[in-house]
Design a protein. Sequence first.
Lengths: 385, 462
Amino acid sequence: MADRALSGLVVVDLSLGIAGGYCTKLLADQGAEVIKVEPPEGDPTRHLGPFPDGTPDPERSALFLHLHTGKKSVTLDVTTPAGAATVRRLLARADVLVESFLPGTLARHGLAYDDLAEQYPDLVYCSITPYGQTGPWRDYRGNGFTAWATGGLAYVTGNPDREPLANGADPAEYFAGVNAALGILAALAYRDAHGGGQHVDVSLMEAVAANLEYTTALYSMQGAIRRRWYSRHVFRYPSDIFPCRDGYVAVIYGRTGLQQLAVLLDRPELLEDPLFLSYAERVKRWRELDAILEPYLRSHTAREIVEAAQDLHEPFALVLDVPGLLADPHLRERRYFQELTHPRAGKLRYPGPPYRMSETPWETGRAPLLGEHNDELPPTDQTAG
Amino acid sequence: MADALPLDGIRVFDATNTYAGPTCARVLADLGAEVIHVEGLRRMDLVRLLVVADNTVGEDYWNWGGYFMKRNLGKRDLAINLDRPEGREAALRVISTCDVFLESYAPRVMRGFGLDYQSVREVRPDIVYCSLSGYGQSGPYRDWVAYGMGLEPASGISSLTGYPGEGPLRSGISLTDPLSGLIAAYAVLAALHERRRTGRGQYIDLSEHEAAIPLVGRALLAYQLTGRVPERQGNRSPDAAPQGIYPCADEDGWVAVSVQDDAEWHALCDLLGRADWRADPGLATRDGRAARHDELDAGIAAWTRGRDKAEAMRALQAAGVTAGAVLHGKDLLWNEQLAARDFFDVVEDPRAGKRPFPRQLPVRFSRFQVKARGPAPLLGQHNREVLRDLGGLTDQEIDALEAAGVAGTAPEPALPAHLVRIGAAHPVQELIEAGAFLRVEPDYKEQLSARFGTEIGKRAGE
């Protein structure tokens, strides 16, 4: 498989959890050889469900199966001298190491970046932690849920009269994973151009905070502190999720303002209405606008509404749930989902390529069984440790 | 001496606009690429009018958007009409010197311009050409107009987000835009990695819809394994209990608490002085705690209500419980952790003056710094140097393009600035009354100046 973009790259993955898992999934699906080093009991995601029939099974965890496609699994206790020595031997043929322990943890086992840089000067060593390797919060505990809060997105998500809200897909973890994968490829580009490996430091909190669409900009440009406001865009209404005949639909007006909305509702007189002409009016009187939209939305299906709006070049969207995604005709025509057969979990449809490359296609394989590749571990050196 | 950077010598033709595409190109710029942001005079980047500095604009109203600035720091700007044959011809001469071509128009647009992958490859055979679009270059939705606000619902993410028993919710930002921008940058770096080894370029079709679906991968597989459609759980999670966002003493202050294991549970009980909880065998396991979540929420909130969010976070962390204050925009600008890591770059903009901008790729590298390389460009600011130095056009040829309205430094048509000023200003009072803004602080520039140790908002010559 020499024709894949990252063919030949070897990644030793000591990370546990979602962010590191998604990072090395991106690398593996693009052709890197990822050796996932799991503790003897397995990665924590093997123990998080849901599981078929609610019965915990480290080989049938939805989260593990998703995150670890196309990787190899070896079991090692890196906190023992023998385990740490084996990791060092694995690194002899590695380009990249990924880890997600709290700062200082691996140093206790001789596996910190500074412990390895002399022996492996070309190694790209990526650390993913809640707050980064430096700063007063470096030792604090964190996960995707708290990163969403400290990174500023919880405050702006939810209803104004209610508590701030998490995002159920845990995007903080995925943003950190993408940052890490990007950082690794940037460090490899640096190594090709100028020589030398380096330490790449990724923080979950910062991975969230880098994406604040308006939150810090509104203060630094205008002194405003923005809050949460339903599913709306802070400077556009309507842009919201509404109930419709068969579920929900995202109503979003486009470049021409609310003109096409009046056409869609077949109510041209609305074009003269201050509610349609002035954003400030809509901020004050949005319930009246909702009342205008409601009869139309309630009497049509989401697909009817989106198709009619798209015919008018309005960026309405479907609100798909999981069965809706799996049945979606567009994704089917693009052959998005990838069917993989796993010896314990069976045949399942997995998320497909996040982008399509013409010459070096994305390609994925099933997740490994726990310790499935232990026989590929370098032989134990009896003189070490 | 400037750092050596990973993308030294890489040149990017950035014909994207709005959010996702410019985010991708800004990441490449921060990593050392030379990025030329390309706009049409009749297709100016729309976000040039968003979050304008000090809620007003000058006569050149198109150069005041704070939103545009953040995504385009350190780029150059070429404003040229690609739908005119002379414009396309000049652009192709620039493109022939570029390594990466980015575009984010509807699939038909670049073909219409004669700047699709096949055409560009004729002048630059090893180009890495990446198209970002809402739904991809093929399939029944390919021509659908897509804004980021619609793609989070369309990707399934919103179906997992919301208060329990209520409807789906979208995040407070257009989440899929920065996500696809970062994924696109990853794809471009992968293609450049391969090009360094084989010498060949390639085409990348990035559907922002598809790039977001992996975030619901767990739910997709869970549904197939269990037959149950995952429900919205508000702030709760099957992985940690109790978990929630609890009210604090400060105005609209909240703290997020996530008890990840039994040791954290014991630490929480000790901190709250709840020996009864600690001794209760029914609460000894995560499942047991999840079953009595409402009761635990009430007890935790009784404790958090007496403290402000920063104090609650510190006490919980000191006790060994995973917790984080719910920070708003101003909190972030003053946050001690972000300050210690230089998360904000203070950049001097010719119109807005010095302002703090958050990092776009907040990764720290031991051999170089990834940060904003300079201010965002004015519309068409670099027309002459790009067309002359890269395109090889003579000054007379450039003059002719400008005279013909093919290149320029003002949008077509330019509107009266006083009208734009009304349209671009936010209805601040209405937004506060609606609950969308907490407040507006009139002395924000003084406060920011004290925080950043330099005069924020001051323009050169003031």
